[in-house]
Design a protein around this ligand. Structure first.
Ligand SMILES: [Mg+2]
Length: 213
């Protein structure tokens, strides 16, 4: 694994994201899953969440064609909602600048719970260099599986930067250091604010790599 970054809540956020996910499934399934049903999902990746919702609705697991249909419908909604003249995502400018500074020295990758097409759209919307690999949510993969996939495909040093407890859990399971963006993951790891500057991120990452965790 290179230096891996989650996307939502780590590099910025797309405020309407879960509404669009529910609307996309409503288009495919007749009626949208409720917010309460979505809240009962334990997974942190699109495959896990849509699979859980599919089991609640139909009593059977999601198929790969079903996941592909979800991905297409969701990307189309994001393109409309966040396209020209629409909403703009909130970009964490200093964190994004720091990611690109780090990419000049180390291998860097995005490892996100978004379906691959959605991750590609969001990363481009946030201005992430197209040369930085994206590892999005694949069928039958949890977040730690995605991290391990990135680990196998890219050189070290290894690290995961994320904003939620499931990101910390995945980093621990994959055996790599963790750095948090925001206050949602208390612990002894370094914690940066979304508003922090690029130099702070670079210094925190380099210190973490030098000292371990
Ligand atoms: Mg996140």
């Amino acid at each position: 694994m290179p230096l891996c970054f989650d996307l939502d809540g780590t590099l910025g956020h797309f405020s309407a994201g879960f509404v669009l996910l529910r609307e996309a499934l409503g288009e495919l399934w007749g009626t949208a899953p409720t917010a309460e049903e979505l809240g009962r999902c334990a997974g942190s990746t699109d495959w896990e969440i849509v699979d859980e919702l599919h089991r609640m609705r139909f009593g059977a697991g999601l198929t790969e064609p079903g996941y592909a249909a979800y991905e297409r419908a969701c990307v189309a909604r994001f393109r409309t909602t966040f396209g020209p003249g629409g909403l703009a995502p909130a970009a964490y400018a200093g964190i994004l600048e720091g990611l690109h500074l780090l990419a000049a020295r180390h291998a860097v990758a995005l490892v996100s719970g978004n379906a691959p097409g959605l991750l590609a759209f969001k990363a481009e919307a946030l201005g992430v260099d197209a040369a930085i690999p994206r590892v999005g949510s694949l069928p039958r993969h949890g977040r730690v599986d995605l991290l391990r996939r990135a680990l196998a495909e890219g050189p070290g040093p290894h690290l995961y930067v994320g904003d939620r407890p499931h990101d910390l859990a995945a980093a621990r399971a994959a055996g790599v250091p963790f750095l948090a963006i925001g206050e949602a993951v208390p612990g002894t790891h370094p914690i940066l604010a979304p508003t922090d500057g690029a130099e702070r991120l670079v210094a925190s990452v380099e210190t973490l790599l030098a000292t371990g965790w």
